[in-house]
Design a protein around this ligand. Structure first.
Ligand code: E4P
Length: 217
């Protein structure tokens, strides 16, 4: 399973990349706004940290303009992936850009039928939002399972990029149901390594090792 970081925090992305946990990055207009930084500058900096796909989202609402914005964003770096909303215009733009060989990420997916349309339009990634479905008392993970079944039924190559991930448990469930990629904030990715028994066990090992009076180096 690929790990993407859902963030525009350069230091946090670089830190996770150094550990070997970054296969790509996703951003959205809210993340960019929160960073308070220049959109294209941030994308350019992220693209220098990782060779993986870095999603940069268009903000036009009409297909031709989305394509124009997408082509412009692609000039930032070869690993820019153009992120498009799941609307009819977004699908049309996805179809055009995909045929040009541009990697595309169709975002704001909340139903299996929407995911089916994105695959038909050649999307590289479909981004179903788990957390936002859970927020309204629906089952976000069921959506991932349904898309997995549909894509496997027909051999679609569009990758399921599970988004709006809020917890370590979401990541585990995604891995079990077969999402191709998860994108999560740095704090969620870091939380995957935590376990109280690991901390307790390590503390005990350190105490016992000290008693031996030995050193390794
Ligand atoms: C994914 O591409 C989105 O940027 C993100 O996962 C949305 O997450 P949120 O629902 O926590 O804002």
């Amino acid at each position: 399973m690929k790990f993407f970081v859902d963030s525009a925090d350069i230091d946090a992305i670089a830190e996770l990349n150094d550990i070997g946990l970054v296969d790509g990055v996703t951003t959205n207009p809210s993340i960019i706004s929160k960073s308070g930084r220049d959109f294209k500058q941030v994308i350019s900096e992220i693209c220098k940290i990782t060779d993986g796909h870095v999603s940069a989202e268009v903000v036009a609402l009409e297909a031709e303009k989305m394509v124009e914005e997408g082509r412009h964003l692609r000039k930032i770096a070869p690993n820019v992936c153009v992120k498009l909303p799941l609307t009819m215009d977004g699908l049309k733009a996805c179809n055009i850009l995909s045929k040009e060989g541009t990697p595309t990420n169709v975002t704001l997916c909340f139903s299996p039928n929407q995911a089916l349309l994105a695959a038909k339009c050649g999307a590289t990634y479909i981004s179903p939002f788990i957390g936002r479905l859970d927020d309204i008392s629906l089952d976000g993970m069921e959506l991932i399972e349904d898309i997995r079944t549909i894509y496997d039924n027909y051999g679609y190559e569009t990758e399921i990029l599970a988004a709006s991930i809020r917890s370590a448990n979401h990541v585990k469930e995604c891995a079990i149901v077969g999402a191709d990629v998860i994108t999560a904030p740095p704090k969620v990715i870091k939380a995957l390594a935590s376990h109280a028994l690991t901390d307790k066990g390590l503390a005990a090992f350190m105490v016992d090792w000290k008693k031996t009076g030995q050193t390794i180096l």
